[in-house]
Design a protein around this ligand. Structure first.
Ligand code: ASP
Length: 334
C-alpha cells in the first residue's frame, strides 16, 4: 500500500513576528498599513505550501520590525533550540525587513540546532501590486525543509536569493531587491523553486542563552569634522561600537576619549563602509588611525559591520562573557 504523499511531508514551524509581510490597511485602500495578518493569513495566500511541508504556525509577535527587542529574539532562539532538539525539520521566521538583518544575525549567534532557520519578509505589503511576501514565504519554506540547508545556521531568503545571516544587509529602503551581502554575495539562489547553494558555511560559535545580564551597547558613527558630542554620553554604556571611516579611522579629537573609554569597557572598532576589514598597522598618521586606536585598547571588529558587531558584543555581555571571551570572539572575525 502506498503511503499518502502528505504523510511524507517534512515538518516546518512558521513563526510570524509582523512587519510589512503581515501588514494591511484598516479598510481596502484606506489609511496606512500596520501589522494585521496572522501566520495563517500568510500561508493561506500561498496554496503551493501545502505540497511542501506540514506547517505549524505561530503568531509570536505582531509588530513592526522597529519594535522588536533583544528579549523577543532571545525568546525565539529558545523556542527554536527546543523544537530543533525535538525534531522539527526546519524553521521560517517572517518579520519586518527594517531589522531583518539584525534578527537573522542575532539568531545565528543564539541558535544551536542543525535544522535550517530561514528569515524572510516583504518589501511590498499584501495589498500592493506585485506583493513579494507570498513568493518570499514559499522560497523560505522550500529552503527550510531542504537537506542542503542543514547545518548552515540562519539564512535569509528574499527575492529568490539566499544570504548568510553573517553577511546580509538591507541596502535599499523600498526596492524588492533590497537585500544583498556586500563583499560576499548571496550564498545561493532559488532555481525553479528549489534552493541551490554556491558554497557552504562553517557555523559560527554560538552564545549560550539566557541573555539575562543587563547591558547597554550603542554604535557611534564617525562623520566629517564631528566633535563627538555623543561620546560625552558614552560613560554610562557597557560597551561601544565605533563605525569608523574606511579601514578604521576617526576624527583626531575622538582618539583620546575612545582610549579612555576602552580602559573601562569594550570599545570595538569597525568600518562604516559595510564591507571589508578594519586594518591593523597600515596607517599610522597619529591620533585616529587604526594603529593608534588599537594601541589605545580598542578591539578590532575585523570584517563585522557595525550593527553586527554591536549584536555580538551585546549578546556576549548579556550572557555574562568576560573580557577574554569578548576578545576571543572578535578575534575570530579578523
Ligand atoms: N517597516 C517595515 C517593518 O520592518 C518594513 C518591512 O517590513 O519591510 O516592519
Amino acid at each position: 500500500m502506498d503511503p499518502s504523499p502528505r504523510a511524507q511531508l517534512p515538518s516546518a514551524l512558521v513563526l510570524s513576528l509582523g512587519g510589512t509581510i503581515a501588514m494591511a490597511a484598516p479598510g481596502a485602500g484606506h489609511g496606512g498599513v500596520a501589522p494585521r495578518l496572522t501566520a495563517e493569513d500568510l500561508v493561506a495566500a500561498v496554496p503551493e505550501l501545502a505540497e511542501e511541508a506540514e506547517l505549524e504556525l505561530r503568531d509570536f509577535r505582531k509588530i513592526p520590525g522597529a519594535w522588536l527587542e533583544i528579549d523577543d529574539i532571545a525568546a525565539v532562539a529558545e523556542l527554536l533550540n527546543k523544537q530543533a532538539a525535538a525534531g522539527t525539520t526546519g524553521f521560517v521566521i517572517t518579520q519586518g525587513t527594517d531589522t531583518l538583518e539584525e534578527v537573522a544575525y542575532l539568531l545565528d549567534l543564539l541558535y544551536e540546532g542543525a535544522a535550517p532557520v530561514v528569515v524572510t519578509g516583504a518589501m511590498r505589503n499584501a495589498q500592493m501590486a506585485g506583493a513579494d511576501g507570498p513568493a518570499n514565504l514559499l522560497a523560505a519554506v522550500r529552503t527550510a525543509v531542504s537537506p542542503q540547508a542543514r547545518d548552515m545556521g540562519v539564512l535569509v531568503a528574499l527575492a529568490d536569493e539566499l544570504h548568510a545571516a553573517r553577511h546580509v544587509q538591507k541596502v535599499h529602503s523600498t526596492s524588492p531587491s533590497a537585500f544583498c551581502s556586500p563583499g560576499a554575495g548571496p550564498i545561493g539562489y532559488l532555481v525553479e523553486g528549489r534552493p541551490r547553494f554556491h558554497f557552504t558555511l562553517q557555523r559560527q560559535p554560538h552564545i549560550e542563552l539566557p541573555l539575562t545580564r543587563p547591558a547597554s551597547v550603542e554604535v557611534i558613527e564617525a562623520t566629517l569634522g564631528s566633535e563627538g558630542a555623543f561620546l560625552d554620553a558614552a560613560g554610562s554604556l557597557d560597551g561601544l561600537v565605533v563605525a569608523a571611516f574606511g579601514a578604521g579611522h576617526v576624527p583626531r579629537a575622538w582618539a583620546p576619549r575612545l582610549g579612555d573609554l576602552a580602559s573601562r569597557v569594550p570599545v570595538v572598532l569597525t568600518s562604516r563602509t559595510g564591507a571589508g576589514s578594519v586594518l591593523t598597522h597600515t596607517y599610522d598618521f597619529g591620533p585616529g588611525s587604526e594603529t593608534d586606536l588599537l594601541g589605545r585598547g580598542l578591539i578590532n571588529g575585523g570584517r563585522l559591520e557595525p550593527r553586527k558587531a554591536r549584536l555580538l558584543l551585546l549578546a556576549l555581555l548579556r550572557s555574562g562573557a568576560d573580557q577574554t571571551m569578548v576578545q576571543a570572539a572578535f578575534a575570530a572575525h579578523r
